[in-house]
Design a protein around this ligand. Structure first.
Ligand SMILES: C[S@@+](CC[C@H](N)C(=O)[O-])C[C@H]1O[C@@H](n2cnc3c(N)ncnc32)[C@H](O)[C@@H]1O
Length: 338
């Protein structure tokens, strides 16, 4: 038995166990409708029958269950339907191995909100055992879709923020390599003439990659990369702040704290654009949300009520919003400072 992951039982026994898990009814399962004010919803709040249905879906069967060694596949199904410490530990160990998935191993062995979790999803190069699952899963596929939506919608809001001004200052806290800004600048020559972007990230690898991508796209002169904790940064008079993938794992109160800090970088009347992962993601793709949970990439899936509360606690006036068009798992809100 290596790493506690060995296969003592016969392959057919595990398949029988999986079949059994998929038909049994567990009276201890959570209720169908989750508590409306729950601090953080997770896959555990989805009723058992819905979870059984989700794990039988062809994508999960073909790209996850049938690719995992039978004992791990069995723990995967068990951990999803009957969450327990042993399954959690076994799965976390198996998904930390580089050969299992570049996404999960990057997160478990690095940090949960790393740009290294998203980069493979943007590029979709299937290299490891179950990477294709993440690229095809709704929650995984929604990430490049969100990027596309930001690239398509943001230029108009940048122009709005810079109305009447010759130069437009944009700050991007937690920018990662800043693929959004790089694409926007390379596709919009008017903005290339006017925008200076300050991209702040505390991961050196994000800064390094960003500088390389910006140079290749011919927009390096427009972007200043800053390696720093943005909560400690000192900027002022920015016209627009862009926060994508930053408040998704944060509670409402911490989200407001982060946005309030970012507000301090902006001029009066400046725009703050922030994205949030919606509860719809959890209800439509509970299997991927389960994986994210056991690898400790825990999102705080937000409701419209959460978003209203965040806007109220940051005293922002909502002037627009858009969604990732394919799945509508992410809402991107444009707020104006008073
Ligand atoms: C999930 S990634 C999102 C990257 C990018 N905004 C995107 O949409 O692709 C979150 C990024 O925020 C960075 N980050 C998180 N907290 C930070 C902090 N306090 N200061 C600076 N960077 C931070 C992480 O290093 C990571 O690159």
């Amino acid at each position: 038995m290596k790493n506690g992951l060995g296969q003592a039982k016969k392959r057919t026994d595990y398949h029988a166990d999986i079949r059994h898990l998929l038909v049994q009814v567990n009276n201890h399962s959570a209720s169908a409708s989750p508590p409306p004010q729950a601090e953080r919803l997770s896959f555990r709040d989805i009723d058992l029958v819905t979870r059984q249905k989700a794990v039988k879906e062809s994508l999960v069967q073909q790209e996850m269950i049938s690719k995992l060694p039978p004992n791990i596949a069995c723990e995967f199904v068990r951990g999803f339907l009957q969450p327990n410490e042993r399954s959690h530990e076994m799965l976390q160990l198996f998904f930390s191995l580089e050969g299992t998935s570049i996404i999960t191993s990057n997160i478990i062995n690095h940090k949960s909100s790393s740009h290294k979790a998203l980069d493979p999803l943007y590029n979709k190069l299937p290299i490891r055992l179950v990477d294709q699952y993440f690229y095809s899963s709704p929650a995984g596929d929604a990430i490049p879709d969100r990027l596309k939506a930001v690239i398509g919608n943001l230029p108009a809001w940048i122009r709005e923020a810079g109305k009447g001004k010759k130069k437009i200052d944009v700050v991007v806290p937690g920018s990662g390599p800043a693929r959004d800004i790089i694409n926007i600048l390379s596709q919009n020559s008017d903005l290339r003439q006017r925008v200076k972007a300050y991209c702040i990230d505390n991961e050196p690898s994000a800064i390094e990659l960003g500088m390389y991508l910006a140079k290749n796209a011919g927009v390096a002169d427009n972007i200043q990369y800053i390696e720093e904790d943005f909560m400690k940064a000192n900027l002022a008079n920015m016209d627009l702040a862009l926060l994508v993938g930053i408040i998704c794992p944060l509670s409402n109160s911490i989200s407001a704290k982060v946005i309030n800090k970012v507000k301090s970088f902006c001029r009066d009347g400046g725009l703050i654009v922030f994205s949030a992962a919606l509860q719809k993601m959890l209800f439509h793709d509970p299997v991927t949300c389960f994986v994210m949970d056991f690898i400790d990439w825990k999102l705080h899936y937000k409701s419209q009520q959460d978003l209203r509360l965040i806007l109220k606690n940051t005293k922002l006036i909502e002037i627009g919003s858009f969604l990732d068009p394919k799945y509508q798992f992410h809402q991107i809100i444009i707020g104006r400072t008073r």
